[in-house]
Ligand binder design. Sequence first.
Ligand code: PGA
Ligand code: ZN
Length: 401
Amino acid sequence: MTLIEDIVIRKILDSRGNPTVEVEVYTLSGYGRAAAPAGKSTGKHEVKAYPAGGIDAGIKYFKEKMDNLIGMDATRQEDVDAMLHEIDGTENFSMLGGNIAVAVSLAVAKAAANSLGLPFYQYLGGVYATKVPKPVGNVLGGGKHAVGGTTIQEMLAVPMSESARDNVFANAEIHRVLGKKLRERFPNISIGLGDEKAWIAPMDDIEAIELLVEAIEEVKGEYGIEIKPALDLAASSFYRDGKYVYRNGEKTPEEQIEFVESLVKDYGIYIVEDPLHEDDFEGFAELTRRIGHLAYIVGDDLFVTNVKRIKMGIEKGAANAVLIKPNQIGTLTDTVNAIKLAKENGYATVISHRSGETCDTSIAHIGVAFGCEFIKTGAIGGERTAKLNELIRIEEEIKGE
Ligand code: PGA
Ligand code: ZN
């Protein structure tokens, strides 16, 4: 009943209007569909999203090799994922494309769940889950996601209620309040939204962090819940020739560490992602020594959801949390191994969307099933709310509401 009968692969649009892949997997008794997201501020150690010939070459390659998966048992996820690696035959999915691999891998898992009549998070082992990850909402930013915005890529909010619904609504409200504040501050220019639907404004980073904190304070009072500020610096994207290049000046790596330390101490930043460039394990370790007791220091481009790199981090004491993006590594099994390794070593996990997204909700289910502490999937925008609304539904189910 769970044997793979057929696989369909197609090109669909992502939230930026670029092509991405969607895969359907059919068994005798069910089916699963999954789509790959797309990064823009990608880490250089991620698997290749597509082979050198692009998405079409990847789809063609997959169709030629697809027969290897037909007849496999969809519930044997590790075997299926091993076959995807075999079909690809490289270290970094540069023949098949990690985006194709991840869409197939997730569609197989969803088909297995559906064939067995189980919600996806339960199939993944989340039958005893009692809570859902806290949503970390991107509300203001710049970097590679928004030309003309702040140098720091993302300014986010983390509502701390035990209710996912309250947290999701609080983030949307912070987004709204920030929009109002920006229109007041910049009455004569149009304020836009970046790729993840966070506001973009021509602001200095500190000015933007102060505005974020103001908006958080306002909504905190209104909702009566604790809400904390967070940042994703995506520092690799503005690291040039040994310096961190901000819109208003440069910082040496040592100055960057001091700057991040001061941000955490002065503004109570609760989560700080990629504060240093993607190969600076030593700098991450130094920062973790200085502020690891005050904040989550998250490696995204540093770890790229890769167990080898996470192990390097653990050995050096670099960071205390890992960002988890399934398409950075290419299969569900590799993703789960990364989450498990992080957890076994006391690192927190943040399951995450990409800046280019679809309405696929897999990350909400994975985050619940494996007990990720946080989920980063925006604050508003259809492709983001698809996942946030799924969290609300899952929470209802696991709390028996
Ligand atoms: P992305 O970046 O554009 O690569 O998805 C998101 C992030 O840095 O967290
Ligand atoms: Zn990031």
